[in-house]
Design a binder for this molecule. Structure first.
Ligand code: AKB
Length: 307
């Protein structure tokens, strides 16, 4: 059945591809973003995600059932603008949680991140419940958001669902301000200049997934029957173990002259504070999380499509 869904942050890295996928599924997709959309064929609003009344107007005008709140300030930028990051990441979430509490929407998706984990979290096969002491502003906001989601679910019965996304690698829309962005820049440089300067150390591993797997997981979670959702903070999701060195080696199989130089900066400490691999048993057993794109295929796809 056709649903009206609102995607806030529709012009961002995940938002653009999520809107397309939701549209293909037959939903009526309303896009909202602080950035303007130039394609007039798309139903789009310019929206500040911290403006509750503006969100509410769109929800009422279009009889929105489901909201995907994808607007956020990511880890690297948030370290530069802590106050702004906190305001955007928290206010926007509390607004949509309140709309769900007031029964103006039925269901809500909100992304968390592996950034909720900190340097003292077990690095490998990180459990769903473990030591969670984030060391970044972004991580703190995501962990606080998870707790708000669990609170609104248990106290007000809000159907809010969430994933702890690993780094997401994609070619359609560039990410902005994340630490894992290097894993996209590297492909652009490989195809452009044949050389890349990495701000992350060669052997620092973080879990990452290809965009199509992130979108499939998001939609699977949102379509799962309510009784199968056992995690109301946010689900752990593992990814492929990616490092600059591994990317360099695999890209070289396609472009033998490619070379990576290293000039690390403050983002190295952020990446090093995150796990290398994640235990995602619950995501797999509750609603069937699967990674379809392996590392070799991901690299091949990125080199084929990135401009
Ligand atoms: C970032 O690098 O900030 C994001 C994330 C891991 O949540 N991609």
């Amino acid at each position: 059945m056709q649903k009206s869904v609102l995607v806030i942050g529709s012009e961002g890295q995940i938002g653009t591809e999520l809107c397309d996928a939701l549209g293909v599924q037959g939903n009526r997709v309303i896009r909202a973003d602080i950035r303007l959309q130039t394609d007039e064929a798309k139903l789009h609003y310019q929206l500040d995600a911290t403006d509750k009344e503006a969100i509410e107007r769109i929800v009422e005008e279009h009889d929105i059932e489901v909201v995907y709140l994808m607007a956020a300030m990511l880890s690297a930028t948030a370290e530069k603008h802590p106050q702004k990051a906190w305001e955007l990441n928290m206010q926007s979430l509390l607004h949509v949680l309140d709309l769900a509490k007031e029964k103006k929407i039925k269901k809500l998706f909100w992304p968390s991140s592996i950034a909720i984990f900190g340097p003292d979290t077990p690095k490998k096969n990180t459990p769903q419940e473990t030591v969670i002491h984030p060391s970044t502003v972004y991580g703190i906001s995501k962990r606080a958001g998870e707790m708000w989601c669990a609170y609104y679910h248990s106290v007000f019965g809000v159907d809010v669902r969430s994933l702890r996304y690993p780094g997401i690698i994609s070619y359609k829309t560039a990410p902005g301000g994340g630490t894992t962005d290097y894993a996209i820049e590297i492909f652009k440089s490989a195809k452009g200049q044949g050389r890349y300067t990495s701000f992350i150390e060669a052997q620092t591993i973080t879990p990452m997934i290809y965009m199509s797997d992130a979108i499939t997981a998001t939609i699977a979670l949102m379509e799962a029957p309510v009784e199968s959702i056992t995690v109301r903070t946010s689900y752990n999701l593992d990814g492929l173990a990616v490092s600059p060195q591994k990317l360099e080696e695999e890209i070289k199989r396609h472009l033998p002259d490619f070379k990576v130089d290293y000039a690390t900066d403050y983002r190295q400490a952020i990446a090093a504070s995150w796990p290398e691999s994640i235990n995602d048993e619950l995501a797999r057993s509750d609603w069937g999380y699967t990674i379809y794109t392996d590392f070799q295929r991901l690299v091949q796809e990125m080199l084929t499509h990135i401009e």
